[in-house]
Structure formats: structure tokens, C-alpha cells
Design a protein around this ligand. Structure first.
Ligand SMILES: [Zn+2]
Length: 454
């Protein structure tokens, strides 16, 4: 596989720790070459390990199975830990380009299509990150720290990015906006739920009094976070706009007055994105769904097209799921977290452009790492944590994000923050946790070292 020149330039800039818009201001030149006669053109050279040209490229055989090599505590996937000085140039034989590419492009998922759960998802439990205890470490960002430290040692003046959370995304997937507001849910509740009397009383309620209508709680919390956090906070709601799988249920009609009222309320507080249907990653229907959402939500979009996306069930893994998105005018994806574990699926906490691992081309799609989804924390088949454990896990991740100047992204569902009494919330603390995490971020504690807390 030949990595395009544009993709290589992008990775070199990204792995050095700078966003593309900073390129040229880094003050140092990084090269990716094995030609010793060219070393003098650069301040730092990463020597290619042969990963991209390997005959096993794209095959399972190219995914490391044993423990990873390290320089000190810094793990990488390809190359060796040798560091040498050639003239004025620092030469690293650890292939940080291939290693970063492996994670940010989701290469390992392309190579192991047999590893999928019942929803067709690649889970953390099969990942190289989890096998090496690295899920809570943004290793690609650590490469940048290491590269910059190396350069400083040779006397170059290289600044560190500011240690702070650059941005917080508060996101909500509108899977089921209402508990019992349709004839279908009335029938379900009568037959399988609390019986016909209870079903009828729920059905007759105003939509804003429906048990799943917890949006006012989100509006209030998210507005407080926007006001109280010292970094930018953006709020996103992802609406579904189609789907024929039983996992797309409940299907709601975007032109229904209840949904339009909800979109209007959301439009005042937040941005609306597309929650791609269960099968949209396979069928390439994202474009069709996006047009449907734009048509229905038009006046709540402030005249802008829908450009934000998250796949229902976090199903995206293969290049085939990502490829149609930029073609459909989607610029930003928020799917990239593991369903079964919180952590850094992309090996980074910074937004990163997707590189197609099958073609080596840089795409127009930016992937925003999903830090944590509510279900991941509490579901027994996932992490199965309690309040304190879940909070500690999120705080650890926030600290890493702060250390590397990355973005935090939370996904909380309206159906997980209900207050009862009926239906009784399965884990009432999920609501308290959201409140507690936002309070924590507003207090700005994430940049303090553990142990210094009062
Ligand atoms: Zn969903």
C-alpha cells in the first residue's frame, strides 16, 4: 500500500503533536526516510520499518500479537527502540508513523474482519490497546511528547502545547425520545408493560411530561457547563432519520409535531447532527438519511447543512462505513469510542482526519474521539461499574486529555437519566454522574494532579 504524500505529511505533523493548521510553526523539520544521505535535511528523522510495503499489509499477520516494544514506558508497534544521532539530526528507529497510522486509521479493524460482536462491532477486548493495558493512554499523543523532548535535548527550542482541555463536546443520541407517545408504544405498554390502565395514563400525558423527556435536564446542565467551563463547550443532539433494522426501533417520524417541537427546543440550545441508522454503515444510506433530516429540521439548522454524524450502536469499523460520509457532506464523526470500554480507541484524544487504511488517502472526514458513553460504564456486559468507579474512570481520562491538550466528548442518553417512579430507572446514579462530571469540569480540577484534592 502506498501512503499518499498528503497523508504522510499529515501524520508527521499530527504525530509531532501539532494540528495541521500549526504546520510550519513547529519550528522543526521531521522526515520519514531510510536514506541516510537525506537525514541532514531534517531535525528529526523517523526511519520507516517497512510496514506500508509489507506483503502482509492489510492482513491479520501484520497486527502485533505479543507485548509491544517500548522506549522506556512508551509503547510502539513497528521498528526498534534504537535512537541515534547522525550529524545534527536525531534519528528514531521506532516507526511512530506506522504506529500512529495503525490507531488513527483503525487499521487493526480492517485486518480482522472476523472479530465482530453480534452487532458487527470490533470491541475493545480484541484491541492491541487493551491487550497492552493502553486504553486509557493516548499513546499517539505521547509520541508527540517524546519527539518534542528528544528535540529539546538536542538544543532545539520546541514548545509544549498548553495543558488544558481544548474543547468539551456534550452529546446526546436521540434513540428513543418518548416512552409512551405513539399507538405502537401504547400497545407495547398495555401488553408487556404496566398494563392498559397505566399505558393509557402515560399515553395521555403531554410529550414534555413523558418519562423519557429528560431533555430539560440536559438543557439546564449543558447550559450551565457552557457558562461555567473555562474551555469551549459545544452541545450536539444526534437524530435518527430512517432505518429498517429492528435495532432502529423505535422509528420516529421527523415530521411528527412532537419531534418537531423537540427539534425546535434543541435547535435553540445545541446543534443537530445525524444519528446514522443501524445499517447505514453497510448500506451507504447516510447521504439519504442526511437529506431527510435536513428537510425535516431545516429551520432548526440555522441555514446550515447537517455535517455532524454518529453511527447508531457505534457500529462503524470498516473503511466502507467511513467512506460515504465525506461524499455525503459529513465533515465530523463522533463514533470513535469502544462500546465495551471507555478510553482512547483512536490512540489519541485530539480530533484527527481519517486516513483510509485500504487506499492510504487522507479523507475530508474528521474523527472526534468519543471519550465515554453512559451505557459503557454501567452495563454489566461492558464495564459494569458503580458510581464511584465510573467517576474515577472518567476523571482519569479527563486528566489525560488535559495533559495532551485534547478534546473530551461525553455521550449521555435521555433514556438513562429518567427519574421514575415509572418506569423505574435501572441505574439512577447515571444522572447523578453526569451532574457530577460537569461540576468537576466546571471546577477546573482536571489539571490538578491526583492526590492534591481536598
Ligand atoms: Zn443510538
Amino acid at each position: 500500500m502506498r501512503l499518499s504524500e498528503e497523508a504522510l505529511d499529515y501524520i508527521l505533523s499530527f504525530v509531532s503533536g501539532f494540528q495541521p493548521e500549526d504546520t510550519g510553526k513547529t519550528g522543526f523539520r521531521v522526515g520519514y526516510t531510510a536514506r541516510r544521505e537525506d537525514f541532514g535535511n531534517y531535525d528529526l528523522v523517523i526511519v520507516p520499518s517497512g510496514f506500508f510495503e509489507s506483503e502482509h499489509y492489510g492482513e491479520k499477520a501484520s497486527v502485533p500479537v505479543s507485548l509491544l516494544p517500548r522506549i522506556g514506558d512508551l509503547p510502539f508497534l513497528y521498528g526498534s527502540s534504537r535512537v541515534e544521532r547522525v550529524g545534527e539530526t536525531l534519528v528514531l528507529h521506532a516507526d511512530f508513523v506506522a504506529s500512529a497510522f495503525f490507531w488513527i486509521s483503525r487499521y487493526e479493524e480492517l485486518c480482522q474482519t472476523a472479530l465482530r460482536d453480534s452487532h458487527g462491532r470490533f470491541l475493545a477486548r480484541w484491541s492491541v490497546l487493551q491487550a497492552n493495558g493502553l486504553l486509557e493512554r493516548p499513546v499517539v499523543d505521547e509520541y508527540g511528547k517524546f519527539i518534542r523532548a528528544c528535540l529539546r535535548e538536542t538544543g532545539r527550542k520546541v514548545a509544549e502545547p498548553e495543558a488544558r482541555i481544548r474543547k468539551l463536546w456534550l452529546t446526546h443520541d436521540v434513540d428513543a425520545p418518548f416512552y409512551c407517545q405513539s399507538l405502537r408504544s401504547l400497545a407495547r405498554e398495555s401488553l408487556k408493560g404496566g398494563g392498559p390502565v397505566r399505558a393509557w395514563s402515560l399515553y395521555r400525558r403531554k410529550p414534555v411530561s413523558d418519562p423519557y423527556y429528560t431533555f430539560d435536564y440536559f438543557f439546564e446542565q449543558d447550559a450551565a457547563a457552557r457558562k461555567g467551563c473555562k474551555f469551549p463547550v459545544e452541545v450536539l443532539y444526534f437524530f435518527k432519520a430512517g432505518g429498517h433494522s429492528r435495532f432502529d426501533n423505535p422509528v420516529y417520524n421527523l415530521n411528527d409535531k412532537k419531534i418537531r417541537d423537540l427539534m425546535e427546543a434543541v435547535g435553540k440550545e445545541a446543534r443537530i447532527g445525524l444519528h446514522g441508522s443501524y445499517s447505514s454503515g453497510r448500506t451507504g444510506d447516510a447521504g439519504k438519511e442526511k437529506r431527510r433530516l435536513e428537510k425535516a429540521a431545516g429551520r432548526f439548522l440555522s441555514g446550515k447543512p447537517v455535517s455532524l454524524f454518529r453511527q447508531h450502536f457505534l457500529r462503524s469499523c470498516e473503511p466502507e462505513s467511513f467512506r460515504p460520509l465525506p461524499e455525503a457532506g459529513i465533515t465530523d464523526d463522533f463514533t470513535m469510542g469502544y462500546a465495551d470500554r471507555a478510553g482512547f480507541r483512536l490512540g489519541t484524544c485530539r480530533p484527527v482526519r481519517w486516513i483510509d487504511p485500504a487506499t492510504g488517502k487522507l479523507s475530508g472526514l474528521t474523527l472526534h474521539p468519543l471519550t465515554v458513553m453512559d451505557n459503557t460504564l454501567f452495563q454489566p456486559t461492558y464495564m459494569g461499574l458503580d458510581f464511584e468507579q465510573a467517576k474515577a474512570c472518567c476523571v482519569r481520562l479527563f486528566r489525560e486529555i488535559c495533559r495532551h491538550g485534547g478534546e473530551a466528548c461525553l455521550l449521555w442518553h435521555n433514556t438513562n437519566v429518567t427519574t421514575g417512579p415509572y418506569p423505574r430507572p435501572e441505574h439512577p446514579w447515571v444522572r447523578d454522574l453526569y451532574t457530577a462530571l460537569l461540576a468537576y469540569l466546571m471546577e477546573g480540577q482536571e489539571d490538578r494532579e491526583p492526590g492534591n484534592e481536598v
